[in-house]
Design a binder for this molecule. Sequence first.
Ligand code: 13P
Ligand code: SF4
Length: 327
Amino acid sequence: MGAQQVAAAPETAADPALVAEILELKRKRRAVILAHNYQIGPVQDIADYVGDSLGLSRQAAETDAEVILFCGVHFMAETAAVLSPEKTVLIPDLAAGCSLADTVDAHQVRRWKAEHPGAAVVSYVNTSAEVKAESDYCCTSGNALKVVQSIPADREILFLPDFFLGSWIQRETGRRNMHIWMGECHVHAGIRPEDIAAQRAEHPGAELLVHPECGCTSSVLYQLADGSIPKEGTSVLSTEGMVQRATKSPAQTFLVATEIGVLHRMRQSNPDKRFLPVHEGAVCMYMKKITLENMRDALRDLRYRVTVPEDTARRARQAIERMLAIA
Ligand code: 13P
Ligand code: SF4
């Protein structure tokens, strides 16, 4: 898909004066800083909460701060605006988009629904608010399985937009009446089965953590099923699930198949363990648009405000709230 992978720039230490300025602005604006697990280290370090899409949605729904400074990508900030319409939601750079969310729009969903009347539409959280508004359920990588399992077995499902996540759920549930959109995230699709094979050969015995958006996921699942990859040492998890697993697991070495920003927290919380990216080039250029400088500017100038029209927000909220009630 259109977007390109970028090389990871080496991270420089945060400027203490800039950090102090951000914290002072945060206090003045009565703001909370939410950051996704793929953000650069200095952004994660200054955030009040770092997590996956599900955790960030929950925080956005629960916070009593007046301003939410959202350090992630646009659809995530939109979700925060849908859940907290009375709050000021800011994203530091409007170019922080998502190649996966861009693979489907509301018009395409309406057309798909017309072809499958009565089907339940399950939208991964990586979608615009307009697409969520056309959906019955929202889901994240942390709860997609539970959401699909909660839908009566005889009801057709339209799952969008991630093909790899949808295929993984279909395999796990054995569900035949599930149609899957052919979207993909360019970062995760770039993590190929060959990368896993090469890393496993180089680090035998390492635990394998795989995000369900990965191009390697289907192959990992096949290999798990035929026994060529041991079940005990492999997990398919959301980014937050990976961070938690890294701490709980007795393993010393981990192969991590997702965007490399997630390694920051893993390494910080487990300094005595080793975390290796399955693919060094798995860098989301959209997530990396957020910097300490544009966070400071966002809080200082109250920009860029993310809003969702009320009718769209109301319908999108129903899909998100159904998800939050399930998992
Ligand atoms: P998580 O919900 O697992 O954090 O994933 C979000 C995402 O954008 C993956 O690319
Ligand atoms: Fe979107 Fe992929 Fe970036 Fe996640 S990693 S925000 S799915 S482009």
